[in-house]
Design a protein around this ligand. Sequence first.
Ligand code: MN
Ligand code: MN
Length: 281
Amino acid sequence: MGPNVQTFIGCGAPYNEATTVLFGAPFDSTTSYRPGARFASSAIRSESIGIETYSPYQGADLEDFKIFDAGDLDLPFGNAARVMDTIEAFCGKLHDNGKMPVMIGGEHLVTFGAVRAAAARFPDLRVMHFDAHADLRRDYMGEFLSHATVMRRVWDLLGDGRIYQFGIRSGTREEFEWAASHARTELFTLNSIDSCAEAVCRYPAYVSVDLDVIDPSEFPGTGTPEAGGVSFRDLLDALLCLKGLDVVGFDICELSPHYDSSGVSTALACKLLREMLIAYS
Ligand code: MN
Ligand code: MN
C-alpha cells in the first residue's frame, strides 16, 4: 500500500528514478482581471483520470517515461518576490539533480521564477512563449513583478533576440513598439514555428504556454480571455515542432477552472500537458 495521494496520470515514478518532475505553483496574487489560476494544478490532477496515458498523436505513452509528480509548492500569497525565490530554488534543485522541471501555474508570473533557475544554469537559454498577451510591460501600475510584465523580466535576464513569442494579439502600443527591436513576436498565429525551431535548435530552450493563447471558444476557463485565438490542434502541432529542441523546462499557466463550469478547459489542459510531457521528457 502507498499513501492516498492524487498525481497527474502516468506520473508515478519515484523521485530518484525520475528524469522529469511535475509540480504545481498555485499563485495568482497579481492577477488584474479574474483570479482563480491558483486552483489549476489541483483541478488538472483530479481531471487527468478522465484521459488516457497513451498519445495517438505521438505513438507513445506517458508510462514509457519516468515522471515524478511532486505536488504543489507552499507559496506565500501576496509576496510575489518570495514566491519567485521559492520557485527558483525548487527548480534549481531539480536542475542540479539532473531532472527537468515542469510547472503547472498559477498566473503567468510564476514563469519568471522557473526561467531564473534555468538561465542561471544554461546561459544560452532561449524562451518560446505562447500567449494572447505580450506580457512585455516595464511595470504594471508601478509593480515590476506581475503577470503583465513577466516576459519583460525574462528579457532583463536574457537580453535581445532570445524571446520568441507566438499568437500575440493584445498589448499596449509601447509593448508592441518595444517588442519590435527586443524580441521576436509573431502576431495572431503560430506560422513561424518551424523557422524559429531551426534558429533555436542549437540552444537550451524553455517553453512557456499561457493557455489563453487558445481561442476562448475552446478554452473559456481563463482569467483574461482574448478573442481571436488559435485552436488546440494548432497549438499542439506547434509544440510538437519543438520536440527536437533541447527543452530544459516548461510550464502551462493561466487555467482558471472555475470560469468554465463545463470542465472542457481543464480537460484540454490535461491533454496538452500529457502531450508536452511525452514530447519533451
Ligand atoms: Mn501571459
Ligand atoms: Mn495571456
